[in-house]
Design a protein around this ligand. Sequence first.
Ligand SMILES: *[C@@H]1O[C@H](CO)[C@@H](O)[C@H](O)[C@H]1NC(C)=O
Ligand SMILES: *[C@@H]1O[C@H](CO)[C@@H](O)[C@H](O)[C@H]1NC(C)=O
Ligand SMILES: *[C@@H]1O[C@H](CO)[C@@H](O)[C@H](O)[C@H]1NC(C)=O
Ligand SMILES: *[C@@H]1O[C@H](CO)[C@@H](O)[C@H](O)[C@H]1NC(C)=O
Length: 184
Amino acid sequence: MVELSKNHGVYFFLIFLLLSLASQLSSARPSKELKPCKHIVLHMHGVIFNGSNLADATGAAVTSPVGLGNFFFGQVYVFDNPMTKDQNLLSPPMAQAQGFYFYHMKTNYSAWMAFTLVFNSTEHKGTIDVMGSNFIPAKTRNLSIVGGTGDFFMARGILEIETDAAIPYEYYQLKMNVKLYECY
Ligand SMILES: *[C@@H]1O[C@H](CO)[C@@H](O)[C@H](O)[C@H]1NC(C)=O
Ligand SMILES: *[C@@H]1O[C@H](CO)[C@@H](O)[C@H](O)[C@H]1NC(C)=O
Ligand SMILES: *[C@@H]1O[C@H](CO)[C@@H](O)[C@H](O)[C@H]1NC(C)=O
Ligand SMILES: *[C@@H]1O[C@H](CO)[C@@H](O)[C@H](O)[C@H]1NC(C)=O
């Protein structure tokens, strides 16, 4: 009997320890008020290949839409787009955005994107990987930053996108706010 009550004490202590650990873990979870540890603003330029702009094109459709709805559903584009500090396509590129997107909604314009921001300048060397759904009608869209290398080792965060300009089948310019919430 004496042994048993001693054990009870140990159990209560262990439960107390677990509960306090659990509360510490939950308070360490990132809150919504977090400030980015790194914030870079760049403008991405896409010049779409139309059969005759070989020298200027930075991306191209690699499939046709499949005919399911009127919003390019199923059409895949591949791109290697320059990213500049200002809105001028001819400014020196700070990074390249390399990847693909496909239209994935029957009922509106939305591009599912996966790409790498490749930095190779004196300012930044490394990569940032981005993926997510880009619902084009929305003023701002958030894509996930899921990883990185080099200066952006183990990066995690949000890529906030806004459309600066868009000419169907020709050109689009997106303002990209790179916001990292994990930096090493
Ligand atoms: C292709 O795009 C270029 C601009 O990038 C434009 O000058 C040219 O007229 C276009 N060609 C066709 C066939 O649309
Ligand atoms: C696409 O989505 C936008 C924003 O939600 C909406 O205003 C618009 O009517 C939609 N377009 C169609 C064709 O449903
Ligand atoms: C980065 O730039 C350096 C120096 O200009 C060059 O030697 C290297 O090949 C570049 N790396 C990539 C991945 O483009
Ligand atoms: C994008 O993410 C930021 C940071 O989490 C947030 O403040 C903002 O409200 C989000 N915007 C949209 C349109 O979801």
